[in-house]
Design a protein around this ligand. Structure first.
Ligand SMILES: *Cc1c(COP(=O)(O)O)cnc(C)c1O
Length: 844
């Protein structure tokens, strides 16, 4: 509400009585009279101060950092609100084909600085910050990371939303509004500890609750809380309400503002009055509490199927709410169901939302009374599926029994889909019963299960992997039978990351010199970074690059010192591995490398080496025992090295707790070396590899995921690739023997012996035994020892290069110049053209 006299009068239409203007004028006068002081409601700072004073009913002076953050965020939201409304109004008017991105995770991180940047408000905010003597860091840090995801899959969804809005594509993200995001990690005695992430404890200034657009989800069971856990009561139907909370997704330039719609649960019939009046207060409340628990917490797991009933219900809740919502929107503008695939594209981010297949069928069959053939045709043409992993333990399979309890109608539909599908298989491959067993949507056995990946592939028109190698392995190995049946459905969409957040915003120093060199077109057209290629040879530009890197490293070192007290040397090589802790990502291989380097220095104290700082960050799933032991080993190694004067100033290991988007934004610009060292064939794509490349780090990596394509773009001579290829890993499973490396490689043996000797665990003997077991006794499934020697060799070449700063800068610049392909804008353009068939719908 505007309260400025002059401005207010402009809002009144001609011909309306002047009395109203006077009345609003007197309200303003009254406000002044009651002591609002000298606030000017006309300017930006007036907007900010109004929020500061009135939202919290406090004085300017008493406002703390949190209040300042909220007032700033609300002011920015005021600026974008009109545009946000206009964007949706434009979509309603033009009725274009829309994309709906369904994902159980959106790892969005912070929004304030991103929205300021994308709205091009930086100059105004800078003035305001100076004028009001606001410490920008202090109040930016007030915003909690929206950690609604585990890692790469959730971050990809967030980057995609940024690209969709920037490219003015009519799109909406659908997810769940977890009250607790990914847990917070702290380190105690070297061990990971988990704390709940209550990110909504204070009101979130970005979200808008839309009660009027709630949807009802009917279930065939009820729930109650008993002794803290959720109990299911089968056969007693109930329903849940899905309440949408909308968040603005600001496209760069502020033209299009799309919506991320997150569902929260509520229970419609709040109270069982019969039970209540019967005196059973607790029982009356139980159903309410149980229903509302559903969206309370994000499952903190990565790359493994969880097998928990609550997660299954969350997945159904996301699908049921989102489909009801988008079907309702479709019906507002379209009378003919045959138009569905022409107006709606639904992308399933992994199999987590793959219940969309039977749920859309249910809506079309039961609610809209379409015939099976027509419903099936529309469903397939509307849905598309992205596969994110080849790890067998990560392919979701849900017990048939859970479908029976929660939503038996979906099971009936799945059985019918399967019956028709297997008939087709029999027709095409008569007598091949083994094939039938492999491709069936139902896994037979003691506890029958539904194979969600098979359901998603059969029920959609597109299945894509997320990097060339991954899409090939998916097609030729993981789901080969299905790819043989539907070759036209399979395609590749190599991942990308948004250059707005990951370069423009995160790395002001590098951004500045790039823009000075080639203009700022790269921000929305990252391919333009190619123009930097000739400048890699330019002495002046090389020096500017090294200065920018130095600036980012110092900024990181200062931040680390200020927030943790920990000192690191910005003149040392910053060598990073930051990602979820998982055996296939091989943090252990990195640890073995560092132990070898440490041993060399101990054996030969005179060795002339570059000072190096090794950074690790990442969370382990709370139930993943070995991953937690790996964290412990990294921390203990860091402690041992810190306490050893023989290597002081030359070697340092730092484990940064609580890896999250904001930490990545700080560390990645400061990095010299990026470790991407997964066992070849296991990392579907990776996206931190791309963030590092864009920020001018050199990659030490295996030929896996998108790293292969990154090296192609920059030239292999500018990469440090090593290790087994995926073909060698897959083909060689018979012969690999870690003991051979132990017996024949003295440095490998010494490193393993040091771990086993409790050199890093003097006060907790034996804690690292599981590591020795994994690497030797249990066969080293992820082939650490096979790649250690070649890793060390690549590492040596890299260090040699560092002693020649110009050569280093040249290669790093060529990496930045070659990183254009890895913008999520390119990825989204490919989805839009090949899978969705959507076009931009610019606003005004
Ligand atoms: C980019 C990113 C990831 C993905 O990292 P990978 O190395 O590709 O696994 C995970 N977490 C956060 C916070 C990220 O920003």
């Amino acid at each position: 509400m505007r309260t400025d006299k002059k401005d207010e009068s402009k809002n009144y239409r001609k011909g309306e009585p002047a009395r109203e203007t006077e009345e609003s004028g007197s309200l303003y006068d009254l406000l002044q009279q009651y002591g609002c002081g000298p606030i000017q409601f006309t300017s930006e700072d007036g907007l900010y101060e109004r929020h500061l004073i009135f939202d919290n009913v406090s004085s300017l002076k008493s406002a703390g950092s949190r209040e300042r953050f909220e007032a700033a965020a609300r002011s920015v939201r005021d600026v974008l609100s009109q545009r946000w409304v206009e964007t949706e109004a434009m979509y309603e008017r033009k009725n274009p084909k829309r994309v709906y991105y369904l994902s159980m995770e959106f790892l969005i991180g912070r929004s304030l600085s991103n929205n300021i940047t994308n709205l091009l408000l930086n100059p105004i905010v800078k003035q305001l910050v100076e004028k009001k003597k606001i410490d920008p860091i202090e109040f930016l840090e007030q915003e909690p990371d929206a950690g609604l995801g585990n890692g790469g899959l959730g971050r990809l969804a967030a980057c995609f939303l940024d690209s969709l809005a920037t490219m003015q594509l009519p799109a909406m993200g659908y997810g769940l509004r977890y009250e607790y995001g990914i847990f917070r990690q702290s380190i105690k005695d070297g061990w990971q500890e988990e704390q709940p992430d209550n990110w909504l404890r204070r009101p979130d200034p970005w979200e808008v609750e839309r009660l009027s657009e709630a949807v009802e989800v009917k279930l065939n069971a009820s729930f109650e809380l008993s002794g803290g856990s959720l109990r299911v009561i089968p056969g007693q139907p109930s329903s849940l309400l899905g309440i949408p909370f909308d968040r603005p997704i600001v496209g760069f330039g502020g033209k299009t503002i799309n919506t991320l719609r997150l569902w929260s649960t509520a229970v419609p019939n709040y109270f069982d009055f019969a039970k209540f009046s019967g005196g059973d207060f607790v029982a009356a409340l139980a159903g309410t509490l149980a229903g509302e628990s559903l969206t309370r917490v994000l499952y903190p797991d990565d790359s493994t199927s969880l097998g928990q009933g609550l997660r299954f219900m969350q997945e159904y809740f996301l699908v049921a709410c989102s489909l009801a919502d988008l079907v309702r929107r479709f019906r507002r503008g379209n009378a003919d169901w045959n138009q569905l695939p022409a107006k709606v594209a639904i992308q399933m981010n992994d199999t987590h939302p793959s219940l969309a297949v039977p749920e859309l069928m249910r809506i079309l069959l039961d609610e809209e009374q379409l015939e099976w053939e027509q419903a099936w045709d529309l469903t397939q043409r509307t849905l598309a599926y992205t596969n994110h992993t080849l790890l067998p333990e990560a392919l979701e399979k849900w017990p048939v029994a859970w479908f029976e309890i929660l939503q038996p109608r979906l099971l009936e539909i799945i059985y019918e889909i399967n019956r028709r599908f297997l008939d087709e298989v029999r027709r095409r491959f008569p007598g091949d019963e083994e094939r039938i067993a492999r491709v069936s949507l139902v896994e037979e056995g003691a506890g029958r299960k539904i194979r969600m990946a098979n359901l998603a592939i059969v029920g959609s028109h597109s299945t894509n992997g997320v990097a060339a190698i991954h899409s090939n392995l998916l097609r030729t190995i993981t789901v080969r039978d299905l790819a043989e049946m539907f070759p036209e459905r399979f395609n590749n969409k190599t991942n990308g990351v948004t250059p707005r957040r990951w370069l423009h915003l995160a790395n002001p120093a590098l951004s500045r010199i790039i823009t000075e060199a080639i203009g700022d077109g790269w921000i929305t057209d990252l391919g333009q970074l190619r123009k930097l290629q000739p400048m890699a040879e330019d002495r002046g530009f090389q020096e500017a690059f090294l200065r920018a890197k130095g600036e980012a490293k110092s900024a990181f070192a200062d931040w680390l010192k200020a927030t943790t007290g920990q000192g690191v040397d910005p003149d040392s090589i910053f060598d990073c591995q930051v990602k979820r802790i998982h055996e296939y990502k091989r943090q252990l291989l990195n640890v073995l490398r560092i132990i070898v380097l440490y041993n060399r220095l101990r054996d030969d104290p005179g060795l002339d080496v570059r000072p190096r700082t090794f950074f690790f960050a990442g969370k382990a799933a709370p139930a993943y025992r070995l991953a937690k032991v790996i964290i412990k080993l990294i921390n203990n190694l860091a402690g041992t090295i810190d306490g050893d004067p023989a290597v002081a100033g030359r070697l340092k290991v730092v484990f940064l707790p609580d890896y999250c988007v904001s930490l990545a934004e700080r560390l990645i610009p400061a990095s010299d070396v990026s470790n991407q060292i997964s066992t070849a064939g296991y990392e579907a794509s990776g996206t931190s590899n791309m963030k590092f490349m864009m920020n001018g780090a050199l990659t030490l990596g295996t030929r896996d995921g998108a790293t292969i394509e990154m090296a192609e773009e920059a030239g292999e001579e500018n990469f440090f690739l090593f290790g087994l290829t995926a073909d060698q890993v897959v083909g060689g499973s018979g012969w690999y023997d870690p003991w051979w490396h132990y017996e024949n490689e003295p440095e490998t043996r010494a490193a393993l012996d040091r771990i086993a000797s409790d050199a890093f665990s003097r006060y907790e003997p034996g804690v690292f035994r599981p590591i020795g077991d994994a690497l030797l006794k249990n066969g080293d499934f992820y082939r650490h020892l096979a790649d250690l020697a070649s890793y060390l060799e690549a590492d040596r070449r890299l260090c040699d290069l560092y002693s020649n700063p110009q050569e280093w800068a040249r290669k790093a610049i060529l990496n930045v110049a070659g990183s254009g392909k890895f913008s999520s804008d390119r990825t989204i353009a490919e989805y839009a053209a090949d899978i969705w068939g959507v076009e931009p719908c610019p606003v005004r």
